[in-house]
Design a protein around this ligand. Sequence first.
Ligand SMILES: [Zn+2]
Length: 388
Amino acid sequence: MEAKGKVHISIGENLDKISVKCVIEFALPIENFRFKLGLPLKIDSIDADVDVEWDELRAIKAQHPVRPDVREINVSAANPFKKLTVGYSGRPYGWLNDISGSSGDGLQIALFQSSSWRVYETSVPVDFALVFEDTANYDVWEYYSTDIFAFKKGLYFTAVHEDFAVHCIKQSHKEYIRFCAEYFNKITAFYSALYCPIDFGKFEVLIMDINDSEGALIGESLLVIGKVPDFANAEEMRHHAMILIGHEFGHGWFGADWSSWEVWLGETGAEWSALLYLLTEGETKCFDNRIAQLQKFEEEFDTIDNSYVIKTADLSCPQFGAHTRGALLFYEVYRRYGTDAIKTILLTMGELDAPDTEMLLAKLRIKLGEEIPNLIERGLTARDYSVL
Ligand SMILES: [Zn+2]
C-alpha cells in the first residue's frame, strides 16, 4: 500500500445524513490525487499540508443498480503534499428508515443501511481504516469498506444460535430464523462434503426487512436478509429458508464478482448448489417451486428488456437477470442430462481461480465431451434455451 487512510464516520442523530472526515497519509509526497465519490454525497472541504486546488472532473453513471452514480474529483498542488483531509456529507446511497416494531409495543426503530458511501477507486492505492463516531445510539456493522448497517440500540433483538447470531426487529421472525439455523448446518455440511470444507466460524445475520431483495452474503461473516415475506404456512417458510440459506451460503464457495457479465458464474454456482441440495434431499416440491419462481422473474425481466442475454454485448455486468438466466440455462442441462452432469459442472466451476467462462468450457470439454459445453456456450447468447 502506498498510502494509509483513516475514515471518521459520524452517523449521529440526523438520520438523513452521515458526515465523513477522511484523512489520507501518503508514503511519498504526491502532486496529484484523484478519487470517486458517490453522487448523493457533497464535498465539504479538502485540505492538505500545502495549498491544494480541487475540481470535479466528471460524473460517471453506475455500472450496476446497487452502486451509485459517482463524481470524479481531482486534487492538485504546486508543491507536493503528504497528507490530505477530505470532508464530505449527505444522504448516502442506500436507504435509511424508521420502521415500527411489530411486537405491538409501538416502538420506532431506526434502521440504516448505506452502500458505497466512501471515497473509493483512488488513483493511489489507499489502505483505509474506519472509525465510527457519534454512534452511541447505534450498533454498527461495516463490511467491505463500502456497506454500513446500523440498528438503534435497544430497539432490536438478537437471537443467538450455535453458529450465528441474528439481529432483527420482528418477534414473528423467530420461527423463520430457526429454519435458517437448521438449514445453515445441513446445507453447509452438504457443501463442505461436496466441494471443500469451509468453516464460517461465528456468523452474523441482519434481517433488514425494508426492501425487496432476497439476501446477500457479505464477506464470510455476515448475511443480510432483505425482505422476509409473509408466509401462508410453515412449509412455505421452510422452503424459503432452504433457498435463501442454500443460495447465499453457496456464495461461500462461488463468489459473486459483479464487475462483468461473468457474474453469471458465481450466481449460477450459488443457485445450483442450493438446487442440488434440494434434489439430493428429495425436496422436489421446493425445487419445482423455485424453478417456477425463476421462470416468473424471467418473464418480468422480459417485459423490461426482451433482448438481454447472459453474455452482454459490451461484456458489462447485466442490469438484471444475473440471478436467473444462468440458473435456467443449467436447468435445461439438468432436464436433458440429469444431476450427474450438473454435479460435474459445479465441481469444475469450483476449480476456477477466477470467473472465467472460457476456461470453464475448456475444462468441461475434457470431462464431458463437446455436447454439454456447446449447449452452455450457445446459451450464453441465446434467448430461448429450449431450442438450443
Ligand atoms: Zn447471489
